[in-house]
Design a protein around this ligand. Structure first.
Ligand code: FEO
Ligand code: CA
Ligand code: CA
Ligand code: CA
Length: 598
């Protein structure tokens, strides 16, 4: 580092090189430790993990599978609650001899249901270091498992609508469980937002729904020709609500942003319909200049959109009762990006246009505000439940798989990860998605008008087009490409306190392991991407979370060993214990107590 007071150049670590090691590799001077693994105790009466003797009852008390989003809620300086999403299950790695949902045992299916959702666990700091560990004794009064069976309720304009009613819930206001919770966010009033992403994969019977339901089901990625899509987990074998031919509306009850209070283990999680229904990657909150709450959310699919919700009411510090209703009413917008260079200069090659930048202006197009729809032919409830169909009608910009969105705490600029889109043709290239067959993804920077998150207009640019820096279609904000790390498939984003962007990757298409990278977004080192860590074989890097004191970075190591053909008898990873791979949250700190990135 270059000492205190310099926002730029503080990043001093020596980058980790690309590798395929079955290890969490960190820079010189840093150490790492596993904090919590799949199967570790969450509830005090959880039995010890036993890979060969799993039960659904045990799993519902233990840490779930495939950890993704993490957030930390301090309980003083040396204690904290850790929230973790459990996005999905890899049955072929969890159970010996597993082939498919058809032949799975009912207990295996129930274990999978219990391994989804999220966990809240208590942590304590080790000594005065940046290391944290799981608390495994004592009352642990906040510890909690949320699963695909946990009772939840709906709020907002679509709650109680016919589209959400089922035989089990004729009110359309209650729902069991959450599915495929990928990334998330934290509210200014100290609750977690956890986001349902690829919920489409859990249902069967799409061929047996009324004809009128089929267009929306198709638009949300559900087959309406097959009874059982290949690879389906067959949750319907233990709970018929997952069979659309019997319960066509059940799927409408997934795909939402869920709010959970980590400090109240008895609280009922809330699905907020005002934020729309799509494959929510995450939900990042910030405040508009006038105090309204703003939530940015990407819809992670090829050619899907970026959304923003702005609450009607304003945040009032300390007024919890008021604040907790802010996400129930507001305006949902979708983004349109307009480039400033001639269309002919954007040819899909990734070559910069003559003005030297992929950039332009944009606007947030309102879809619905409270009970009022702005989309012709759709009611407010229809816009919220079938948000993709609404956005299709208003000229929003089709993006290269919008993942995480984060706001820079120093500058106020907003960053979105576009992970990849191999299907975009050169003719479909536009200035905000400038590379055809985009294997490695890019990062978008949005500056709201007046730097006000509540604005409806913005400027934007593309500071990073990912890949091997030797590849001419890459762009590192003009920084010397001989001095940057190769990076591919940006997914989760975070900022440190100095305003450096941290980028976690999922699906590195360059052939080495996924990892975590840091990149200054202002000053002379803007665009200098450096790799901070790599995760074990077959894993993606999730989280990440840099603590407020800057001493620790938490990463979720999701699906270690998820490599085609791997099984428990022939694992592709033995991380972290030298045995079966276990998705885990790890913490990294500097050996001499320096700030992360030093
Ligand atoms: Fe679950 Fe969009 O990554
Ligand atoms: Ca331009
Ligand atoms: Ca993700
Ligand atoms: Ca991803």
């Amino acid at each position: 580092g270059h000492g205190k007071g310099h926002a730029h150049g503080r990043l001093g670590f020596t980058p980790v090189g690309p590798n395929t090691k079955d290890a969490l590799v960190v820079p010189e001077g840093y150490e790492s430790a596993v904090v919590v693994r799949w199967g570790d105790p969450v509830l005090p009466d959880a039995p010890a993990f036993d890979f060969d003797n799993q039960t659904a009852e045990a799993q519902a008390k233990q840490f779930g599978y495939n950890c993704d989003f993490v957030s930390l809620f301090p309980l003083g300086r040396d204690r904290a609650l850790l929230w973790v999403n459990h996005e999905y299950t890899d049955e072929n790695l969890m159970f010996r001899g597993y082939t498919d949902g058809e032949s799975a045992t009912e207990e295996q299916i129930k274990i999978a249901l219990a391994a989804h959702g999220g966990s809240i666990v208590e942590l304590r700091r080790v000594g005065r270091s940046g290391r944290w560990e799981l608390v495994t004794t004592g009352r642990r009064r906040y510890n909690r498992r949320i699963t695909a069976e946990t009772e939840m309720r709906f709020t907002g304009p679509a709650a109680g609508s016919d589209l959400l009613k089922t035989a089990a819930d004729p009110t359309g206001r209650r729902v069991r469980g959450m599915l495929n919770n990928c990334a998330g966010g934290v509210t200014p009033w100290g609750t977690v937002l956890t986001c349902e992403e690829n919920f489409n994969q859990y249902f069967v019977g799409g061929n047996g729904v009324p004809e009128a339901n089929k267009p929306a089901l198709n638009r949300y990625g559900v087959s309406t020709t097959q009874a059982v899509p290949s690879g389906n987990r067959r949750f319907d074998r233990v709970d018929e609500r997952f069979d659309l031919s019997k319960h066509p509306n059940e799927i409408n009850r997934f795909g939402w942003v869920v709010e959970i209070d980590p400090f109240d283990p008895d609280s009922v999680p809330v699905k907020h319909t005002a934020l729309g229904r799509f494959a929510h990657e995450g939900a990042t909150t910030t405040l508009a200049k006038d105090g309204r709450v703003v939530v940015y959310s990407g819809d992670d699919g090829r050619f899907e959109y970026i959304y923003k919700f702005v609450s009607k009411g304003r945040f009032r510090r300390g007024d919890d009762r008021h604040n907790r209703r802010l996400l129930e009413e507001g305006t949902l917008y979708v983004a349109r990006f307009t480039g400033d260079s001639p269309k002919g200069e954007i040819d899909g090659s990734g070559r910069l246009p003559r003005d030297g930048a992929f950039d332009g202006h944009g606007e947030w197009i309102p879809l619905v505000s409270g009970d009022r729809s702005f989309v012709p032919g759709m009611s407010a409830a229809e816009v919220l439940v079938f948000t993709r169909l609404a956005a299709d009608k208003v000229g929003a910009t089709k993006m290269d798989r919008p993942e995480d969105i984060e706001r820079n705490p120093v500058t106020g600029a907003v960053y979105a990860a576009l992970t990849n889109n191999s299907n975009r043709t050169p003719a479909q290239a536009d200035e905000a998605n400038p590379r055809a067959y985009n294997k490695h993804g890019h990062v978008l920077e949005i500056v709201e008008q007046g730097n006000d998150a509540g604005a409806t207009r913005f400027r934007w640019s593309v500071p990073l087009v990912c890949g091997d820096p030797a590849d001419p279609s890459t762009y590192f904000a003009g920084y010397d490409k001989s001095k940057v790390s190769p990076i591919s498939c940006p997914d989760n984003l975070a900022f440190d306190g100095d305003g450096n962007l941290w980028i976690a990757t999922d699906g590195n298409a360059l052939g080495s392991n996924d990892g975590l990278f840091a990149m200054p977004v202002s000053g002379p080192e803007r665009g200098r991407v450096r790799q901070f860590l790599t995760v074990p074989r077959g894993a993606e890097t999730c989280g990440p979370l840099i603590t407020e004191d800057g001493l620790s970075v938490f990463v979720a190591v999701q699906h270690p060993g998820e490599i085609s053909g791997a099984t428990p008898d022939s694992p592709a990873s033995r991380w972290p214990d030298g045995d079966q791979p276990r998705p885990s949250v790890a913490v990294v700190w500097h050996r001499r107590g320096k700030k992360i990135g030093s």
